[in-house]
Design a binder for this molecule. Structure first.
Ligand SMILES: Cc1cc2nc3c(=O)[nH]c(=O)nc-3n(C[C@H](O)[C@H](O)[C@H](O)COP(=O)(O)OP(=O)(O)OC[C@H]3O[C@@H](n4cnc5c(N)ncnc54)[C@H](O)[C@@H]3O)c2cc1C
Length: 235
C-alpha cells in the first residue's frame, strides 16, 4: 500500500496552510467588521499568527465548523477492493474518486495478500490458486466477448465480475479534518480490519507529522476514554 498526501505543501504551510486558512475563515466570529477587514488587509506575515491562534483555540474547544471547507487530499494505491469498499462508506465528508474497473482493462492487475494468509503456507497456496483461477477466467471471458466484436468498456465491465475482493486498486480521498478524526475513531480501533487500519493510520500519521497540533486529535475512542464496545480490547 502506498499513501500519498497530495496537498501537503499547501496544507502544512505555516503562513497560508490549514491552520491559517481555518483561522482566517473563523476570525469573523470574534471581530467587529472594521477590525476583521483591517485584519484581512494586513500583510500575511502579520495576520497569519493571529489566524493560527484563532484556529488553535477552535481546535482545543472542538469548534470545527470553520475548517469544513478545507480538505486533506490523499491518494491510496495498492489497496484491495475490499478495503476501498469500507473506505467509501465515509464519503459523506470526504469526496472520493476510485480507479474504474469499467474504463480500465485489469488483465495485469495485482492482488493484496492479507498477512494472516501469508503466515500459513497451506492458506497461501489455496489463495494463490484461487487468484490464478480468477486471472485466467478474466482473460478467457475477455477473449470470448472480443470474438463477438465487443471491445473496451463493455468487455471490461463484464469480465470484472470474476475478479476477487483482493484486487489491488487506487482511490483518492479528501476528508475534512473532522471526517479524518471520525475515521480515526472508527478505523484505528482494533475492531477494524488490518488494511483500513493501516490506510487511516498512514494518513493520520502524515498529517500529525506535518501539523503536530492536529495529531493529538486522532486515535481510537479508548485513547480518549470513550470506548463503547460491548467487548472492549482492554488496552
Ligand atoms: C469495526 C467496523 C465494522 C463495521 N461493520 C459493518 C457491517 O458489518 N456492515 C455495514 O454495513 N457497515 C459496517 N461498518 C461501517 C459503519 O456502519 C459505517 O458505515 C462506517 O464506519 C462509516 O462511518 P460513519 O457512520 O461515521 O459515516 P461517515 O460518512 O464517515 O459520517 C461521519 C459522521 O457524520 C454523521 N452522519 C453521517 N450520516 C448522518 C446522517 N444521515 N444523519 C446524521 N448524522 C450523520 C455521523 O456523526 C457520522 O459519524 C463497520 C464499521 C466498523 C468501524
Amino acid at each position: 500500500m502506498e499513501v500519498l498526501w497530495l496537498n501537503r505543501t499547501e496544507m502544512a504551510d505555516p503562513v497560508c496552510g490549514f491552520l491559517v486558512r481555518w483561522g482566517r475563515f473563523t476570525a469573523i466570529c470574534y471581530r467587529t467588521l472594521p477590525e476583521y477587514r483591517a485584519l484581512l488587509d494586513q500583510p500575511t506575515e502579520t495576520s497569519a499568527p493571529v489566524f493560527r491562534k484563532i484556529a488553535l483555540g477552535c481546535l482545543r474547544s472542538g469548534h470545527y465548523s470553520g475548517c469544513r471547507h478545507l480538505h486533506f487530499e490523499f491518494s491510496l494505491t495498492g489497496i484491495s477492493r475490499s478495503c476501498t469498499h469500507q473506505l467509501v462508506r465515509h464519503e459523506r465528508f470526504a469526496p472520493i474518486n476510485q480507479q474504474s474497473s469499467r474504463y480500465v482493462n485489469l488483465a495485469n492487475a495485482d492482488f493484496v495478500l492479507p498477512p494472516a494468509i501469508a503466515e500459513v503456507q497451506e492458506a497461501a497456496a489455496a489463495y494463490e490458486a484461487a487468484l490464478e483461477q480468477s486471472r485466467r477466467a478474466y482473460g478467457e471471458v475477455r477473449r470470448a466477448l472480443e470474438k463477438t466484436g465487443l471491445k473496451g468498456e463493455p468487455v471490461n465491465e463484464a469480465a470484472r465480475m470474476v475478479l476477487p475482493q483482493a484486487l489491488m486498486t487506487g482511490l483518492n480521498l479528501a476528508p475534512t479534518f473532522e471526517a479524518l478524526v471520525n475515521m480515526s475513531r472508527k478505523r484505528l480501533c482494533v475492531r477494524a480490519e488490518w488494511e483500513i487500519r493501516e490506510a487511516i493510520g498512514r494518513m493520520t500519521a502524515l498529517v500529525a507529522e506535518a501539523i503536530p497540533e492536529l495529531g493529538r486529535h486522532f486515535g481510537p475512542p479508548c485513547r480518549f476514554g470513550e470506548c463503547k464496545e460491548i467487548r472492549p480490547c482492554s488496552r
